[in-house]
Every structure is written in C-alpha cells, then in structure tokens.
Write a protein that binds this ligand. Structure first.
Ligand SMILES: [Zn+2]
Ligand SMILES: [Zn+2]
Length: 343
C-alpha cells in the first residue's frame, strides 16, 4: 500500500509498504477513507518533535472503515465507519480513569499514531486500543463532517471544556488557524456574552467574518486596546492562546483580566517566558496544552445535531497519490488553504 513516510528531518516521501496487520488482541485495522494534514505533521517534518521515529508513516487525522479487529475489541466491528482518535489510550490507568487520556501510561499512550507508530496518511492504519481510539460515525454524518473529530476538533472541544466559560464572559481566542476555528466553534456552544478573535492573516480574518457573523475580530497590534474596549472588567474573562507565534503568549496574559483563565492550546517551537513579576497580583490561572481527546462520541452527536460544522475548513481535496502537492500547498499556505482532505 502507499504510505507517506517520515524519512529524515526535512524529508517525507510516499512509499510502498506492506499493509499493517493486527499485533495485539485490542488492535483494529482501519481502511482510511479520508485523512488530513495537521500542523503537527509539519512539526515532525521540521524536527521539532524529537520523539517522532524516522521511517514511520505520518498522519493522525483520519476517518475510515474497520477492516479487521482483534479478539478483545468490543465497541467496533468490521464494516463500521469510524473516526480515529489522535491519541492512544488504554482506558484503565489512573490518568485514563480521570479523563486525562493524553497522559495515559500505556507504552503507546498519548500521541503515538503518525509519530511513534505508523499513522494514517496511508491506505490502511493499525489502531491500538481500538475500543478507545475508534468512535463509530453516525449514519447521518459524512466523512468530511467527521474528519476533524479525533484531533483539531477534539482539541477545540477540550479547550472550551477546561476554560470555565460562563454566559457572562468575554472570550478572546488568539489565532484563527484550523485549531483556532475549532476552538471558536466549541466556545460558541457555551454561549458567552462576547467572542473576540485575534488573527493577523487577512485571509483568515475574512474567513471568520464571512462564517461567524457574531464574532468580533481584531489584529495582534490592536488586540490589547480592542479587548479593553470590548470587555466589562478590564480584559477578557477567558483567553485561549491557539496561535503559538512569537509574541502571542505575552499577548494572551496581557489581554486577560485579573483572575481570568488563560488556556494555552498552542504548541510552540521555542520556550516561552512567564514574567511573574509583571503579572504579580493579576492572579491568573494558566491551563496548558495537550488535548485529552476523550469526547469524540459527544462531538459526533453535536455534529449530527447540526451544532458543529467544520466542513467550511476543508478548502482543498487531493488523492493520496498527490499528497506531496497537498503538503506543499498546506505548508506554504497557498491559495487560501485552511485544511486539505486526502482521500
Ligand atoms: Zn494534529
Ligand atoms: Zn491509560
């Protein structure tokens, strides 16, 4: 089968590989019907994910059809359409039992697919702990509607869940990339008083303005003054930092009102400075990244009910055989691309 492979730093290649086989009774083999490219794939390519193993098939955003299951798999069976979770988790350890699945202590626990073990930018993928890692897609939900459930939408859902949003709040979301938009969609489900999105790309600003009419939009340069002018207590009640750019962490805490929650969803390429003397007395609560992706069934129900729709994010479509082209487009942010669908 064809599998897009991490060869070495800076180099991915479409290679012919044998089809994956069951290794454990809890595994399933999934035929990938649709996949996508995530910014984290680019982080692997650029060498900023040291635990990524050269030779592995990349890709961790996908949906497919169960082809085969191990004897211990109970929740899915061959023929089921499923969303694949970016995270592998056992469902039984201390962290899993508390819903902190990102820190599952299983050897394969956490982000393994397309990083430490073969992922899904391929025709087939082996999913360990399939009872946890696969969620059946309801009949009324298409592959495109379900494509982001296991990764960026799970991240947005988790970010909104842990941010303690109330109907009184002004929520600032920094970054309107794909994960920023997913965080926005899930924040909208909480019905806060105001949502402000901060973004620098004119194309992305246009996208937000076109699709989400009630959302206020500002730029990084104007953000601090804008948030002061459009909030009730001298800053945002909740800030989600989803940009991960050079100065966006500073912007995040500066835009927060005293006693706010600042949720850092972004993955940075460099260490960030936490200037405690400058923020002394602001009494902020920081929550940091690493999605606990255990809400996929609920997210799929919300999609089925028409409450979340990420299909406008899919701006381009490519077959697996042309994945090189898709990467070039996504990496260079050409042609107004937000997300590509591969399949
Ligand atoms: Zn991802
Ligand atoms: Zn676990």
């Amino acid at each position: 089968m064809l599998a897009y492979t991490y060869v070495e730093q800076g180099k991915f290649e479409l290679r012919e590989k044998p089809r994956p086989r069951l290794k454990d009774a809890r595994d399933a083999i999934v035929r990938v019907t649709l996949g996508s490219i995530c910014t984290s794939d680019l982080h692997i390519k650029h060498g900023s994910v040291p635990r990524a193993v050269p030779g592995i098939t990349v890709g961790h955003e996908m949906v497919g059809i169960v082809e085969e299951t191990g004897d211990a798999v109970r929740n899915v069976k061959p023929g089921d359409r499923v969303a694949v979770n970016v995270e592998t988790f056992c469902g039984e350890c201390f962290f899993c039992r508390h819903g902190y699945v990102n820190n599952c202590t299983d050897p394969d626990g956490g982000w393994a697919l397309g990083c430490r073990i073969d992922g899904g930018q391929a025709e087939y993928v082996r999913v360990p702990h399939a009872d946890q890692g696969l969620t059946r897609i309801p009949d009324g939900v298409s592959d495109e509607q379900a494509l982001f459930v296991g990764d960026i939408l799970a991240t947005g859902f988790w970010a909104a869940r842990i941010s303690e949003i109330t109907p009184e709040d002004t929520v600032l979301i920094i970054g309107a990339g794909p994960t920023g938009i997913c965080s926005l969609l899930c924040t909208m489900l909480k019905h806060p008083r105001r949502i402000i999105v901060c973004e620098k790309s004119p194309e992305r600003i246009r996208f937000v303005r076109e699709h989400y009419l009630d959302v206020l939009v500002t730029t990084p340069e104007e953000c601090l003054a804008f948030v002061h002018a459009h909030s009730d207590h001298g800053g945002a009640d909740v800030v989600m930092e989803v940009a991960g750019a050079r100065d966006t962490f500073q912007l995040a805490w500066q835009c927060a009102r005293p006693n706010a929650v600042v949720t850092v969803v972004a993955m940075y390429d460099e260490p960030q400075i936490l200037p405690l003397p400058d923020m002394y007395g602001k009494n902020l609560t920081f929550k940091t990244g690493g999605v606990d992706g255990c809400d996929c069934a609920e997210i799929l129900r919300l999609i089925e009910a028409g409450k979340i729709d990420t299909t406008p994010l899919i701006t381009h479509r490519f077959p697996l055989s042309r994945i090189e082209e898709a990467y070039r487009l996504f990496e260079n942010r050409e042609d107004g691309v937000i997300k590509v669908a591969i399949g």
